[in-house]
Design a protein around this ligand. Sequence first.
Ligand SMILES: [Zn+2]
Length: 468
Amino acid sequence: MPVADFEPVIGLEVHAQLLTRSKIFCGCSTSFGAPPNTQVCPVCLGLPGALPSLNRAAVEMAIKAGKAFGCRIAERSIWARKNYFYPDLPKGYQISQYELPICSGGAVPVPGLGTIGLTRIHLEEDAGKNIHAESGSQVDLNRSGVPLIEIVGEPQLRSAEEASEYLKALRLSLIYLGINDGNLEEGSFRCDANVSVRPRGTQKLGTRVELKNINSFRFVRQAIEYEIERQVKEIESGGKVLQQTRLFDNEKGVTRSMRSKEEANDYRYFPEPDLPPLLVSPEWAAKVQVPKLPHEVLDELTRSGVAQADARTIVADPRLVEVHRRVGGDPRRAALFVVGELARAVNEKEADLAALKFEPAQVAEVWKLQDAGTLSSTAAKEVLAELIRSGKPPARIVQEKGLAQVSDAGALEAVVDAVLARSVSEAEKYKAGKKNLLGFFVGQAMKELKGKGNPGALNELFKRKLGD
Ligand SMILES: [Zn+2]
């Protein structure tokens, strides 16, 4: 049977670091990039006798995710020890949730796919990080104890493409909720994929393989596609898919066996004796505010008259939503500015919008300068391009590049008078009815003003002086 006769069954498990300032069971900082082992204490180092105490903000972020995706929020959930031995886990177990997670059920809205069901969302602590260098391996425990939610999706995805769409939608939703920064490269948003195949038309699930180490959307697609093909080949050649954990090698584009997949009972889960059950009263859950999700913002934009394609571009980056909001006024006109000008400036840089550093407030400022007549539309484009490149404040760019448009009535009038004084015959023809000469006058004045005259103001001035 060819690959097309098999149906892939894919479920994703996402680990998302929560954007709390301190760790989940101690007061250590969670900021990324500090020198190794400088953000640690007896609790997150796992020293004997140290006792964990729960970070309320982490629980509220989990509740926020649960409410946003329509999960049931458990009034009582419990902490469990997940035991395993690894160099980046000095205490020999991870505090997680097992039998009673804080959230269960619910679904993630995915554009084009409807919704993808969730099994559960639970809270847990992150482990440290092994750093392998040529001189040897080292362990950095700054990450140990950073709060995570693990979002376990139902195996409803049927292709690598669908998996990637789901992941993008989930990532963007968490960013909108303000609980995760969506950074795959730094590992604050990580994905494992469970992949199996079965002959089309059958219901029984095939043996599943867990894929780890996938840190970009492209790799998600590559890893899953490779794995689907590998499993089909295995079955076709009379072999059997083994239940195992495989690592994706992003340089070679292949997956390789890491270990046979452990079963839950290998971890010897048992209730964490140092933490009481987590109690979330309905009153507490009700108080947690949930911001709008991307699909809701999309609906709002299109209802206000913004074209569907423009709305999708804006929604894909929360900063653009912010620029659009700050520009204000007519939503459709504001959208044209955001999508047209900003997207153009981005394209000219051949850069990925997401990688660009800009403050929404600064972009909105460029719009205001243009709207007020201080900048011509050409100059506004130039300021925007420079802003994206350098991050300098717009007013400074305008000053440095001498881009301010001349709207000062006195200055413009002097130029208009000079132009008329040397164009006597044209002025007579205009007065005799040749009205299209207006463009000639304005052009002359613009030349003198080095293109920085306000065209609207010049038009008016010439008309007035010529008796219109
Ligand atoms: Zn600590």
